[in-house]
Design a protein around this ligand. Structure first.
Ligand code: NAP
Length: 534
């Protein structure tokens, strides 16, 4: 238990240039080293008990957490709205997503096949080798400021770690500490009513990097899950790797999510794409890791060979963005960074960038559309694809397909890329190169859509090559559970000593790979020459 009450200073203050927009600012007291040690020791003590919990107990825990969060009702909604400045419908939607994620993991655990059981038994050698995924141990989890619920205390990482039977110590985000406290209380009540040890879940608070750094370096920590900026994610990843015993540290970080508009689509759907793009760029004041911050266009040789088509498109995107009123950003610090980053792009990197919106600076946190030629982009490709966390996008006008491909080659790892094209575009011989270059660089390829909005399902990939993620895995969807596990192999182990998932009978009827064939059947012991007989 944390030994002293959380102390918070919570105040609201308006931005300087637009007093109608209110930003929340909160100060929290950092958890001490002793409190961090205490939380980690409790997690380590809970691990042997929690990792032996039955499937039913784990699924009950996840359902109970969802119910406890729902029971918080309007207090949770009001607190999250007030701390984040995000609108109430968004917070209600995020709460539903959070409880939905917990229930999706409960269903995964109940079904059971996720443990990826494989049995190589019998055969000429009489071998008996069985493996499955087992929990790694205590996990530390960091939430991001822009999702005070779905990527926070009971967010995807916590749900995945608990489903894998890893105790969790959560580092609360200083941008929404009261929301974190409410959700932490809900999880603790659920842990207690599910009959699990107290150390199954703890939370520490902190507004200084020390807290997170101590958690990752702590000897009891066996795995880390992080959502946030490249700067913080990379710093913590380096700590995880510099430990005497390095641990996996799964950091999901920023991305500019390029959108490639192919000539046919530009010619026939430019108005639709412009309107949709403007909405996606400005959604949630652009504070989404999937915000489309970079757009590649080319006049090509199709119906849009007229280069004025590209200009018309850019003007239309800017017109839509100008018409979307600014909304409050999550914190004053994020707002100041947005202003700085727009100035850096428009003045600092190169003078050859034009701002196409009426709004030229990020002062009121409204949307901004920037434009640059393909040649200039190629000269400054690294700086011009740094994430600007806020409602802006840079449209690059390449001269031809070859130059577009050079731009794609320059892309760093991304969470997503989107391709807008029509049938003609997709039938061009050059298209396979575009698709190949994009696929190599991203975790999710979208067609004729927009990247904001991430479905929570088993096929989702929300991750990507570095720097989108520190390790290229997904943090959204049920597949995220694998990050909190490691494979363990049992050789010639007596049946009664095996985890239930690997025993002959296959009592839960899960999918297993038995001698290279998937089956839900048990194995008939007599069919195999078992070396060890109980
Ligand atoms: P952030 O500033 O990186 O904060 C994330 C966490 O890291 C906080 O708990 C923060 O706590 C801690 N932290 C920050 N600097 C640290 C350091 N040097 N050492 C140790 N810990 C440190 O990120 P954010 O402002 O919350 O979120 C915005 C960013 O998250 C954007 O870049 C956005 O794209 C990204 N994001 C990514 C995803 C994804 O799934 N890929 C989802 C949402 C957001 P302290 O402030 O107390 O240090």
């Amino acid at each position: 238990m944390l030994t002293r009450p959380l102390q918070l200073l919570h105040k609201h203050r308006p931005t300087l240039l637009n007093p109608s927009i209110r930003l929340s600012s909160t100060a929290v007291l950092d958890s001490t080293t002793e409190e961090i040690n205490h939380a980690m020791s409790k997690a380590a003590s809970a691990f042997p008990i929690f990792s032996s919990a039955s499937t039913g107990q784990v699924s009950t825990l996840l359902h109970n957490i969802a119910q406890e969060i729902e029971a918080l009702g309007d207090e949770l909604i009001d607190t999250a709205v007030s701390e984040s400045s995000l609108p109430e419908p968004r917070i209600r939607g995020e709460t539903a997503r959070t409880t939905g994620q917990l229930r999706a993991f409960a269903a995964l655990v109940e079904q059971g096949s996720w443990v990826d059981a494989r049995l190589d038994v019998g055969g000429g050698t009489g071998r008996d080798i069985r493996r499955m995924l087992r929990p790694l141990g205590p996990a530390v989890v960091f939430g991001a400021s822009n999702f005070p619920l779905a990527f926070s205390v009971a967010g995807g990482d916590t749900a995945a770690a608990l489903a894998a039977k890893c105790p969790v110590v959560h580092k609360a985000h200083p941008a929404h500490p009261r929301t974190c406290e409410l959700v932490s209380g809900a999880i603790k009540r659920a842990v207690s009513s599910s009959g699990l040890p107290e150390g199954t879940f703890s939370m520490v608070q902190g507004a200084s990097p020390r807290v997170g750094q101590e958690l990752v370096a702590h000897p009891h920590t066996k795995v880390g899950g992080f959502t946030g900026s490249l700067h913080a994610g990379r710093a913590l990843f380096d700590i995880a790797n510099a430990r005497p015993n390095p641990i996996p540290f799964y950091a999901e970080m920023g991305s500019v999510n390029p959108v490639v508009v192919l000539p046919g689509a530009l010619g026939s759907k430019w108005e639709q794409i412009a309107a949709g793009l403007a909405g996606s760029v400005t959604l949630g004041a652009g504070q989404f890791c999937t915000n489309p911050g970079l757009v590649f266009t080319t006049p090509g040789t199709g119906c849009a060979k007229d280069a004025t088509m590209v200009s018309k498109f850019i003007t239309e995107v800017a017109r839509h963005v100008d018409n979307i009123p600014p909304s409050a950003m999550l914190t004053e610090h994020i707002h100041q960074e947005y202003i700085k980053n727009i100035d850096r792009m428009a003045i600092g990197v190169t003078k050859d960038i034009q701002i196409k919106t009426k709004r030229k600076r990020g002062s009121d946190s409204g949307g901004i559309v920037l434009h640059v030629s393909g040649a200039v982009f190629l000269k400054h490709a690294q700086e011009l694809q740094e994430e600007v966390f806020g409602p802006s996008t840079l449209i690059v006008e390449f001269e031809n397909q070859e130059q577009l491909n050079q731009g794609l080659v320059q892309l760093k790892g991304q969470l997503t890329a989107t391709i807008w094209g029509n049938r003609d575009d997709f039938q061009q011989p050059s298209f396979s190169t575009v698709l190949q270059l994009v696929t190599e660089r991203v975790g999710r390829v979208l067609f004729n859509g927009f990247p904001t909005g991430v479905e929570v399902c088993s096929a989702m990939v929300h991750g990507g090559p570095y720097p989108a993620s520190s390790i290229d895995e997904t943090s959204v969807g049920t597949e995220a559970i694998r990050r909190f596990t490691r494979p363990v192999c049992y050789q010639d182990c007596p049946d009664s000593l095996l985890p239930i998932e690997l025993r002959d009978a296959n009592a839960h009827g899960i999918f297993r790979k038995v001698n290279n064939e998937y089956t839900t059947e048990g194995v008939l012991v007599e069919e195999f020459t078992k070396k060890t007989v109980v």
